[in-house]
Design a binder for this molecule. Structure first.
Ligand SMILES: Cc1ncc(COP(=O)(O)O)c(C=O)c1O
Length: 415
C-alpha cells in the first residue's frame, strides 16, 4: 500500500499485541490519540535512565544533554512544519493550550469591542470556546462560517460573507475531526490576509497525517498536539513568526521566562522561552522529537497516500451497507478527505455501536467528538460513531470494522 509496509510498522507498536475480548486489538481511534511506537517509548526511558535533569540551568553534563535533546526536538518540530527557526516553536500542553495562549495574549492585546472573530461550524471546542470567552470579555462578535448542505465542506457563500466583515482573526481547522474534510487553508488565508486578518490554523488533525508547511498555508499561528502524532501527551506546539511572538506579551510569569527580576519589575527572556514559564515537560519534548523522527522516516506524503487508500477502501465498503450513513466526502471524492469516518446505523445509538465494536476488540469512539455545534446543530444528531486511521492500520482492520457493523445490525435486527 503506497509503499508503506504496515505489517512491519505494526511491530513497532507494542500495544497492538494486546488481545481484547479474545480478539486482537484493532485501534481505530487515532483522531482522539495515536498509539506510540517503541522508538518513542525507549527514547523517554533512556532520558529517565541516563540523563534525567532539569534543562537550561545545570552546568553539568546530564543537564546539558537534557537541554540539547529538548532543543533538538524543537529544531525537528520547526523543520517538520517549515518554520524559520526553533525560536518560533513554543511548547505548550496541547493544541487547546496553544489556542488559549493566542486568545489570551495576542487576543487580549489586539481585539477590541465590535471586532469580528471568524471561525466555522466544523471547529473542535478548543477552537470555539477560547474565542467565545475572548469575544465576551471584549464585546467582540464571533462569526461562524456555515458548513454546506451536503455536509462536506465550508459553504463558499458563507465564507465570502464572513470574510467581507473584515475579521481581525480567522481561526480554522485544517482537518475536521468529525467529517475528515481538509479545508483549503491556503486559499482562505490569502483572502483573509488581503482583508487585514491574522490567520490561526488548527493543525491538530492535519499535522499527524500529511505534509504541513506553515509558510505555504499562510498561517500566522499554527497549533498541534504531540499525542496525536505518535508522541507523548502533555505537549503541544504553538507556532508564530518571530515578529508576532516578539510583540505578544507573556501569559504566565515565573522561572525561565525572565531575563531579570527585581522587586518592582521583571524583564522577559527571548522567544520562545518568554512563553514557557516553569520547568518544561522535558521528557514530553524529548519523546516528541523521537515521534517526529519516526514520522519523517516513514514520510508524510506516503502517510497521506496510505490513509487515502485506507479511507477510500473503508468508505466503499460502508457505502455498500444498507441503513448505514457515512458523513463528509464519499469514496469517489477522497482528495479533500482525511482518514476520519463518522457514521451512523439507522435506529442504533452510536454508543451501542461502539460497545458492540469493543466486544470484537475494535476501538472506535462515539459521541459529539468535542464538536457539538457541528454534530448537534448541523448534522442534527445527538452523537455519531467515528473510526479514524493511521499508519498502523490496514485493510484487515477495516474489514474487522465492517464485520462489527454487520454484527451490530444483526443484533439490533436492522438488516
Ligand atoms: C481538530 C481538533 N482541534 C483541536 C483538538 C484539541 O487537541 P488537544 O485535546 O490535544 O488539545 C482536537 C482534539 O481532538 C481536534 O480534533
Amino acid at each position: 500500500m503506497a509503499g508503506i509496509d504496515v505489517s512491519k510498522i505494526k511491530q513497532d507498536f507494542p500495544i497492538l499485541n494486546r488481545v481484547i475480548n479474545g480478539k486482537r486489538l484493532v485501534y481505530l481511534d487515532s483522531a482522539a490519540t495515536s498509539q506510540k511506537p517503541k522508538q518513542v517509548i525507549e527514547k523517554i526511558k533512556d532520558y529517565y535512565e541516563n540523563y534525567n535533569a532539569n534543562i537550561h540551568r545545570g552546568i553539568y553534563k546530564i543537564s546539558e544533554e537534557a537541554t540539547e535533546a529538548y532543543i533538538d526536538s524543537k529544531r525537528a518540530a520547526s523543520k517538520f512544519i517549515n518554520s524559520s527557526s526553533y525560536n518560533e516553536i513554543i511548547y505548550t500542553k496541547n493544541a487547546t493550550d496553544s489556542i488559549n495562549l493566542v486568545a489570551l495574549s495576542w487576543g487580549e492585546q489586539n481585539i477590541k469591542s465590535g471586532d469580528h472573530i471568524m471561525i466555522s461550524e466544523m471547529e473542535h471546542h478548543s477552537n470555539i470556546v477560547p474565542w467565545q470567552m475572548l469575544a465576551k470579555r471584549k464585546g467582540a462578535v464571533l462569526d461562524f462560517v456555515r458548513v454546506n448542505d451536503d455536509l462536506t465542506s465550508l459553504d463558499k457563500d458563507s465564507l465570502a460573507e464572513n470574510l467581507d466583515k473584515c475579521p481581525k482573526i480567522v481561526a480554522l481547522t485544517q482537518v475536521s475531526n468529525v467529517l475528515g474534510t481538509i479545508n483549503d487553508i491556503r486559499g482562505i488565508s490569502r483572502e483573509a490576509h488581503s482583508r487585514g486578518a491574522m490567520v490561526l490554523v488548527d493543525g491538530a488533525q492535519s499535522t499527524p497525517h500529511m505534509p504541513v508547511d506553515v509558510k505555504d498555508l499562510g498561517a500566522d499561528f499554527f497549533v498541534a498536539s504531540s499525542h496525536k502524532m505518535l508522541g507523548p501527551a502533555g505537549l503541544g506546539i504553538l507556532y508564530a513568526s518571530s515578529k508576532v511572538l516578539e510583540e505578544m506579551p507573556p501569559l504566565i510569569g515565573g522561572g525561565d521566562m525572565i531575563l531579570t527580576v527585581e522587586k518592582e519589575r521583571s524583564t522577559w527572556n527571548t522567544i520562545p522561552w518568554k512563553f514557557e514559564a516553569g520547568t518544561a515537560n522535558i521528557e514530553g519534548g524529548i519523546g516528541f522529537g523521537a515521534a517526529i523522527e519516526y514520522l519523517n522516516s516513514v514520510g508524510m506524503s506516503r502517510i497521506r497516500e496510505h490513509e487515502k487508500e485506507i479511507t477510500r477502501y473503508a468508505l466503499e465498503m460502508i457505502e455498500g451497507i444498507k441503513n448505514v450513513r457515512a458523513y463528509g466526502y464519499p469514496a469517489n471524492n477522497i482528495k479533500d478527505k482525511a482518514g476520519v469516518i463518522s457514521f451512523t446505523i439507522d435506529g442504533v445509538h452510536p454508543h451501542d455501536v461502539a460497545t458492540i465494536f469493543d466486544s470484537d476488540g475494535v476501538a472506535i469512539r462515539a459521541g459529539h467528538h468535542c464538536a457539538m455545534p457541528l454534530v448537534k446543530s448541523v448534522l442534527h444528531l445527538p452523537a455519531v460513531s467515528r473510526m479514524s486511521f493511521y499508519i498502523y492500520n490496514d485493510e484487515r482492520d477495516v474489514d474487522a470494522a465492517v464485520e462489527a457493523i454487520k454484527k451490530t445490525k444483526t443484533i439490533f435486527k436492522k438488516v
